[in-house]
Design a protein around this ligand. Sequence first.
Ligand code: ATP
Length: 371
Amino acid sequence: MRRCGQHRREAIMKHQFEQLRLDSVCRSFVNTEGQSVAALQGLDLNIRRGEFIALLGPSGCGKSTALNCIAGLQPLTDGGIWLDDERIDGLPPEKRGFGMVFQNYALFPHMSVLDNVGFGLKMRGIPKAETVKRAREALQLVQLVGHEKKLPGQLSGGQQQRVAIARAIVIEPPLILMDEPLSNLDAKLRIEMRAEILRIHTQLDRATIYVTHDQDEALSMADRIVVMKEGVVQQVATPKEVYGRPKNLHVARFMGYRNVLPFTLEGVQGEGATVESNGVRLVGVAMDGFDSKRVSVALRPEDMERAAPGTGNAFDATVTTVEYGGRDSLIRVKSAFGELWARVAGEFSEGEGITLRVSTSRTLVYDGEPS
Ligand code: ATP
């Protein structure tokens, strides 16, 4: 930990790495019918020291499997994992020495907070005085000083997760693995804990790999996001890129581009693509090279705004459903090119006519029909 003395700091530096490399990592399971099912299909990933990486994707896409393979809790079916020049995928979890934080905290209920945090050090044969000192330092880092003697059951969910984080970092791991650590907490606490986890990550200067299915969590926390689908990486990029330039329709849908509609491609000029459907012409961003005139346009409800008729990228529609949301309303509208969702300020009634527009940079055009 940074606040420790020079001697400790040097010792920690020896544990640091420059790069964790996953090379074509595959992991298969045998299902109840005796067939082999691939949970990870050739995962390639380079993680640098100090990075915060989010593994993002829907349930069952292989996020936890990837984390467990890195931790050593599951063997690989194929491929390799390297920490700088050392191949580590044959090593047991304790030899890898990564810190792990799980969704369900996994604390020992009958042990005090201090003993829970010090447990890993005790198992490593660290003398008692040193164990207590380091456990106290870790509790200080997660801001739980004063709770040392309590049992986990006497703490709130957020505090229990802090104990779990302290227990993971007390062994001074080069890499911290977190599997949906905030999903048992309520919405307000989740947002507070995001900031807390980032503070701890920055203070420790280690790499963190964080599994989540929550886009907002990944966008607000990660340096880079790995978007997965059915065991295959779809995109590895910064939050800004994943949000603004999703690589394919799957990533776009997952990042909230809820409206995906078929259009006909009229032309491409540099990065821009002009598309048409039933008399509505839109100019958007060409996200692909185009093999045919059949394209898909992806639009986020939040990127729609009311406009005067005849404005660029504007279209007329009729409101069919209204979900009142206070500051704005989520409305479903029927346009000449299909039905879509829009989140716009104001109050609406069903049957009302409306003109909407969406900027060119937020109109994403992909090759092929919507899948
Ligand atoms: P979630 O967000 O629901 O935890 P995930 O993205 O973490 O999902 P994994 O738990 O990694 O997904 O599972 C990936 C696939 O591997 C799923 O199809 C799952 O059913 C399968 N799988 C995972 N563990 C096992 C297992 N022990 N035996 C058989 N199949 C498994």
